[in-house]
Write a protein that binds this ligand. Sequence first.
Ligand code: CA
Length: 403
Amino acid sequence: MGGESKGPAVIDANSGFGPDNLPYCVFELGGEASIGVRLGDRVISLRALVENGQLPGECGAGNLNPLMAAGKRRWDEVRATLQGMIESEDSVTETASHSIAEITLLLPFDVADYVDFYSSEQHAINLGRMFRPDAEPLLPNWKHLPVGYHGRAGTLVLSGTEIRRPAGQRKEADGSIGFGPSQRLDIELELGYVLGGDSSMGTPVPIGSASDHLFGFFLVNDWSARDIQAWEYVPLGPFLGKSFATSISPWVVPTPALEPFRMNQPVQEPTPLPYLQDDGTWGLDIDFEIGLQSRTMEVPDIVSRTNFKDMYWSPVQQIAHMTINGASVRTGDVCASGTISGSKPGTFGSMIELSWNGEEPIHLSDGSTRTFLEDGDTAILRGLASNGTAMVGFGDVSGVIVP
Ligand code: CA
């Protein structure tokens, strides 16, 4: 399942930024933070468009929260205005823009709450097989509800942020309780989304209107300390093995940009309860790859290639479930899909799966092997949706491990 790496990257992190995409970002230039929209290798400043009177209304500055709070009608208006300018080859997209080489990207929004789901059937099966080999790999609740937990919003960081190896308690092989830097530091490839618009506490968001809150999507690396996690998680679930850091990519791909890549989800059997039922067309055909690069390597080796289309629970089902008890959503809420793992070897979204719990090391092109991350290792996750007509890039999310 681990074995040889799969060679160099196929996904170009700079492709898929044409007019089909127009992802949002927040950038700093000359001491000022502005909202931008990426087109090719440039970022159009919404601040400049508003100031020039070319984009009616306000978009806010500093971060995307004011725009996200304004609601779907405003998101559609801004996107349509930009698309109109680009289609008419309006020179404003040049004069109000900057090369991405001259800007500094910032965390694009203030994170409100953070929820991490567990919606890949294959990932859940793989971990079940590893940790409960004598039992059914899927727990009895898994096909009835999108399993998730509340994570730590304050430690979501932008791609490129160094990740300090967490320390914590672990149960040693001899049964004693040890403490120290995690020895089983891992990645989790996930697709994240951020919500806009508040709902009312006490009133669930129906599945049919859940997409009204879906502002956009990005890549997530849910860093995981497996040794800390394994000791602490019973009975209340993930805690310090997850909360030290979660990295996200800087480009927020607008939900409408993913329309060409929607597809039927896997058939859900047993049929979920009515509040989780819709037409099942929120499957997404998005390709991903995971790169690992040691200190001595100049480019990453690709260790996994996978796709989102096998994910069992969709974003709208996750939102409907997350609010069915009356919990509200608010602007800036981030949800992550859960680790994206395909059914074949080499399509798994974490090192614990790729190395099968450390039993089958991953061979890197510098001659070394990995079961989990070492200090100096960089993990790079990339994503791209492409169907021959439209192409929408997610760029990448990377982070280097420091002691
Ligand atoms: Ca996760």
